[in-house]
Ligand binder design. Sequence first.
Ligand code: 13P
Ligand code: ZN
Length: 279
Amino acid sequence: MSTIKAEKTAKSLEIPFIREMSEITQHMWRNGWDERNGGNVSYLLDEAEVEKYFDPDNVVRVIEPAFPVNELAGRYFIVTGSGKYFKNVLQDPAGNLGLLRVSKDGSKLELLWGMENKAKPTSELASHFMSHTERLKADPDHRVVIHNHATNVLAMTFIHDLEEAKFTKTLWEMCTECIVVFPEGIGIIPWMVPGSNEIGRATAEKMKEYRSVIWPQHGIFGTGTSIDEAFGLIETIEKAAQIYMLIAHHEIKRRITERELSDLAAAFGVTPRPGILSV
Ligand code: 13P
Ligand code: ZN
């Protein structure tokens, strides 16, 4: 890397939201969840936080989204670029990430920083933006959508019934804390072609009720009020799926019972999604 480029990268990484995006993508890649360009992240930012570091009038490029984004007009997002490798974000944030603002009329995306060399936002932008819209309705503190190819979640979708209640119950049974972390359960959509507005709509529909949605034989979407929350949710689901994959072919001698799950929920003050436990 040239000295100028290294200095530019070091400066970008002093900006908290660029550092967070660069570190979490690196982390996910190290977990093996983001092979090649797999996965994408979008983070809704506070206007005041963005304006501490960037001139809001300095639009470097205008991008046409493939779907209307009226509900997010004027909002700022930092997003990963399409075809970009999570492995590389930390060493070149400006080439792999972009800071976008949805135009006032919701018809365009205004690039304020990054996405150098004509890079484009992630091909899953429809799923991200439509999910942000639904999660914000459910929780005004919502901020982050993460998609990745979490290995064991993906593997589990080949061998487990994909009915949401059954899938959720199995995950709750795998680790004691699961029911506390995702008492509302997990949404699952049918297999669909990625990168389309249709998969975006199907994912967002599930986001009305769930903070995480599984794409069978592909990966997972996790959301939250911060990078930590969205990542922590995926991490917990992936851990449960890993336990499932480790024990699936063994004789099970002991389970967490429905009564124990119910006691856990009561002890931690969460309400499990109705219709999953029978006690
Ligand atoms: P992008 O590189 O366009 O973000 O796509 C990666 C991916 O995981 C598609 O589902
Ligand atoms: Zn993907």
